[in-house]
Design a protein around this ligand. Structure first.
Ligand code: ZN
Length: 151
């Protein structure tokens, strides 16, 4: 997948508006995009507040960023984290860069909700069965709150 072209890249297609994401764009400027993660195929709900912050430029990882992209990305991750922490029962916010399957930098910005058992901490936090999940309507509602918080 590292040879993936930007024309077929899922993230690039999303930024061009070719893929609809529940909740729509939360933040966007010339360098960075932020929005809610999509609902996985075959499922009807998603982990609420699971956000993706991506560079507009098709680059694979943090090491590929220009200084201004890195600064903007960090700022957007921090602001979205603050917005998430303003949500009820969000105790902590994780940021992960994995990128094993998609060669377009995307930072997973993921809230940990109050009461998450220790075994679900870290990258498995969204596997906690009691975590808040929701369909398109709930995702739209949380995105609207996060957008309002950023203003
Ligand atoms: Zn891309």
């Amino acid at each position: 997948m590292s040879e993936q072209k930007s024309t077929e890249c899922f993230v690039c297609r999303k930024h061009r508006g070719e893929v609809l994401i529940p909740g729509g764009t939360i933040y966007e400027d010339d360098l960075v995009y932020g929005g809610h993660a999509q609902i996985c195929e075959g499922e009807s709900t998603a982990y609420l507040g699971y956000l993706m912050v991506e560079t507009k430029r098709h680059v694979a990882g943090l090491a590929d960023l220009t200084d201004i992209e890195a600064q903007t990305l960090g700022l957007v991750v921090a602001r979205l984290s603050r917005a998430l922490k303003a949500e009820k029962d969000v105790e902590h916010v994780y940021a992960f860069v994995l990128g094993d399957d998609v060669a377009h930098l995307h930072v997973h910005v993921v809230p940990r909700y109050r009461g998450a058992p220790h075994k679900y901490r870290g990258v498995r936090v969204d596997e906690w069965p009691d975590a808040p999940r929701g369909g398109p309507k709930e995702i739209e509602a949380i995105c609207a709150r996060l957008r309002r918080y950023l203003q």
